[in-house]
Design a protein around this ligand. Sequence first.
Ligand code: ZN
Length: 76
Amino acid sequence: MSNRTIVPHIWCGDCNKRGFSSRSLARKALGRVRAKRNRLADKHGTRRGVVRENRAYICPGGLWHLTGMSRRLVRR
Ligand SMILES: [Zn+2]
């Protein structure tokens, strides 16, 4: 459980957040974020109220981002 491989990301100025150059990279990052969130949730003893990124989407700038929001809440 000590995989420190860093998923390379690109800063997306359009969205003001991390972006990934390909879907496979975004999915890889998603897996890592999930593992981290799960550890946090275990520490708190509950998973309620823990926001989890569960989707990758491509933004108008052509970069992939992660979101845990349902589609109607995604702002542009
Ligand atoms: Zn973007």
